[in-house]
Design a protein around this ligand. Structure first.
Ligand SMILES: [Cu+2]
Length: 149
């Protein structure tokens, strides 16, 4: 993992630049992942997806080089936030869905001693039901709880 990231970093200009991606009618903006401590077993990724098309889109899978990667949403019950797995995130036609702390996020699990450090980039693939797949990079940043993009 570290080797891959170092190689990718050397091929890119400066980490931290605003970055977004286009897949057909979908625009994926500013994917970022949370910096972790050395012993953390998981991290979360955030981004926003805008659907400029006439039909709803659906994110059904995120792939990355970790033992498990899932799409999570968060719910409040009795003032306690808990996250749960979802099979898909629908991005309605003409709307933007934002993944952010306290809400929807991509869960990277099984870091196992290889923390995410500020400035690293995490390669991932977003898989949509009809629109196909796109390779993106999550920039690792310090993300404070409740911080929104
Ligand atoms: Cu989660």
């Amino acid at each position: 993992m570290k080797t891959t990231i170092a190689l990718i970093l050397s091929l890119l200009p400066v980490a931290g630049f605003a970055h977004d991606y286009t897949l057909g009618d979908l625009k994926i903006a500013h994917p970022i992942a949370r910096e972790t401590t050395a012993t953390a077993m998981s991290s979360a990724g955030y981004l926003s997806i805008t659907n400029n098309g006439d039909t709803d889109a659906s994110l059904v899978e995120v792939r990355a080089d970790f033992p498990r990667v899932m799409i999570h949403d968060t719910k409040m019950e009795n003032d306690v936030a808990s996250m749960f797995h979802v099979d898909e995130i629908v991005i309605p036609a003409g709307e933007t869905v934002t993944f952010a702390p306290g809400g929807k996020h991509v869960m990277f699990m099984g870091l196992n001693g290889d923390p995410m450090e500020i400035g690293e980039q995490v390669p991932a693939t977003l898989v949509f039901k009809d629109a196909g797949e796109i390779d993106i990079m999550f920039n690792v940043e310090e993300i404070k709880a409740g911080h929104n993009h």
